[in-house]
Design a protein around this ligand. Structure first.
Ligand code: MN
Length: 302
């Protein structure tokens, strides 16, 4: 077990919402195909302005939105318009290219949750984009209540579409509670602590940390200790591909990222081709221009 501590990242905007990012981490790029873990809140919207992310592109990945509190409206270039709140999952498969916006609603006073990315394996990363919204199934074991929003755990299977062996679940334990989760020996795991100070596989952890566990064990024991705890369990077979991750794109080479960026700038930011791969997002927000590329060649990592 290894502890990955978060770094604070402002999401941008005038009143930037700040997220706690534990993946990618200097010591760990991916956990299974999970390649990005942003954890936020509980943020009082009056202070942070909430989530107000204008249309921006993605390639080569899936985004998973899982909230504990608050409500976010997702719109994308395949025509989706979908609210997501606690107990529901939004999953967007970018494939060859998509754009979307995410805005917390007027009814939201506090925003709290995670935004996750899943890298698509090379053989599936050029699929046509699509979006799905589900109320995923629940399960329980000993003192733990789980909601399985990706993959399969405890005999329940999430309805979300994934392209590699993967699991994602919220785990809640009351103060003093304990549970031993049966897990896949071939998976590596990351357990994000949202609340509480649990012992996870004998490792003490506190809120906002991600506890990493290598493949090879058949169970993970969790003890809540003196406080209730909420965790997000992420796992998968170690992702055997090297990725180039830059801004909102995942590719396999520097040149590919340059092309993704140029196409976004030309088709959408400059308005050259509303029917291009990134399409158009309804709602009237101006698309976000890509930052300049760095002066160094981006190298595949992982
Ligand atoms: Mn996005």
């Amino acid at each position: 077990m290894t502890i990955l501590n978060p770094r604070l990242v402002p999401l941008g905007g005038l009143r930037a919402m700040t997220v706690r990012r534990t993946l990618p981490h200097a010591g760990k790029r991916t956990i299974g195909a999970w390649c990005f873990v942003d954890h936020f809140g509980p943020d009082p919207i009056v202070e942070t302005g909430g989530m107000n992310v204008a249309p921006h592109p993605h390639t080569g990945l899936q985004t998973v939105t899982w909230l504990f509190e608050g409500e976010v409206e997702h719109r994308d270039s395949v025509g989706s318009q979908q609210l997501v709140t606690a107990g529901q999952v939004n999953l967007m498969t970018a494939g060859r290219g998509i754009s979307h916006s995410e805005v917390s609603t007027e009814a939201t006073t506090s925003l709290h949750g995670v935004q996750l990315w899943v890298a698509l394996p090379d053989e599936h990363r050029h699929v046509l984009p699509f979006f799905e919204h589900h109320v995923p199934p629940r399960a329980s074991i000993e003192d733990a209540q789980l909601t399985v929003f990706v993959g399969e755990l405890l005999g329940v299977t999430a309805p979300t579409t994934v392209f590699s062996p993967l699991v994602g679940a919220e785990v809640i334990l009351p103060a003093g509670g304990r549970a031993t989760l049966p897990v896949e020996e071939s998976f590596e795991y990351g357990i994000l602590v949202d609340a509480g100070a649990p012992m996870i596989g004998g490792q003490e952890a506190v809120a906002d940390q991600l506890v990493y566990r290598e493949p090879g064990a058949a169970e993970i024991a969790i003890e809540a200790g003196g406080q209730p705890c909420r965790l997000v369990l992420l796992g998968g077979v170690p992702f055997g591909e090297r990725l180039v991750m830059w801004w909102n794109f995942i590719g396999r080479s520097h040149q590919e990222i340059v092309e993704f960026r140029e196409q976004w700038q030309a088709d959408v930011v400059a308005g050259g081709d509303p029917d291009g791969i990134y399409g158009t997002v309804a709602g009237g927000l101006a698309p976000v221009p890509a930052p300049e590329m760095p002066n160094v060649t981006l190298r595949p990592r992982g």
